[in-house]
Design a protein around this ligand. Sequence first.
Ligand SMILES: *[C@@H]1O[C@H](CO)[C@@H](O)[C@H](O)[C@H]1NC(C)=O
Ligand SMILES: *[C@@H]1O[C@H](CO)[C@@H](O)[C@H](O)[C@H]1NC(C)=O
Length: 413
Amino acid sequence: MRRLLCFIFYICYVECKLWPRGVVHYAINKKDYDPHSRDIIASTFEQLEREVCVKFFNTPLNFNATNDEKILYISNPDKRKDCPPVDYNYDKNIVDMQIGYKCLNDHDIARIVLDMLRASVGKTAKPNSNDLLRKFQEVKQSNAETLLSASDRNFINGHYLEECENLIKKPVDTRRSTTWTMEVSANNEKYYKDKLWPFGIVMYGCDPNVLSLPEYSKISYAMMVIELASCVVFKSFTLKDPLQPKNLLWFGLQGEEMPHLGFLEGNQTLSISHMAYGAPGHSAHTLNALMRVLGIPMMSNRYDRDNYVTINWKNVAMMSEHYLERVSEDAWLRNTEGEGAPYDYDSVTHAPANFMCADCSLGEQTVTPVQDHLWQRTLSMGHNSELSSADKETIALLYNKECQKRIASDFKK
Ligand SMILES: *[C@@H]1O[C@H](CO)[C@@H](O)[C@H](O)[C@H]1NC(C)=O
Ligand SMILES: *[C@@H]1O[C@H](CO)[C@@H](O)[C@H](O)[C@H]1NC(C)=O
């Protein structure tokens, strides 16, 4: 078995461009496909996830694709109707996949996706061990009709087995500090550099129609909680102000459901109701959304989180998987001895147990703490309305420099 894996690995090393960790990050061009078509695509992906170990994560269009983290871009620039077999180019950061209008059904999409995945494996490699393949057949013995044939499923699963296991593989245990006194390393700096708001100032404005809504009070309150606990300021402006900011958050009745992680140039329009309300009972939702604005990833997405929580991917709502992905190790703060910051279930950035759940009405969970005998963590995660002391220290470490610049410039006036 080991030897076979090495064999496949060897062939792949030369030939393939497997999607890392078996995750295909995709974005759909909204101009080419209406919401209904986008749903068909996403639900086909969901069906395929039951047949192959590869996962499909919807990703915002401003995702920065790199050679290691490619993105599958689904579009139809030529307004094609059909979808003949094509070659897929894995040399670029963006892999194009076109779905013609007549092919917007689960069988055709499955065929296109199969071609795309086959291309990632390369043409010559063929797995040939029954042991390896049986592992997947055991789980997939339901009588329901499948989109892919058994041999196609086995081909993909055989090649992706090792990558797929990496998605849930626990990172090698690094030492963790028992208390908080962290510092910002060079790697941290690189990770957070583009995410911090200059001078620690977040400018925001809003559609006059939202001013009287309870959602608006909720957001103002959360801003105040952060301001009281940190040096960051949220400054409002109105359209009448003579000097209009270039980079701002705009709260409207309609807009993005989730803010960008960290600073974004220009006018970022956010839906006020999505900013104010998350999963039922997630009282830290608004605070978490604002922490996201500040560039602070969720605790439950931390690089080593699989040692503390289990993600039940099958319960995660379609197209929201991206919000539960582990972030780079560079986001994790460390102390002078190189020990990572302790894991903090009390952080306002920790997901509640029903975060991004498709349907958790019967108590299903998307995020389950490991070893939680009395359900304490399950019940309290994501339910804080004050920043934890680690949250405060995180903002201070990341923003003190920016805030000092602001205070120095105020001083000169
Ligand atoms: C994307 O990544 C490249 C290289 O890492 C960087 O130069 C560029 O500024 C990034 N763009 C955005 C929008 O983050
Ligand atoms: C920001 O964009 C929204 C539309 O997305 C617009 O209604 C609003 O007036 C813009 N705000 C500013 C200050 O430009």
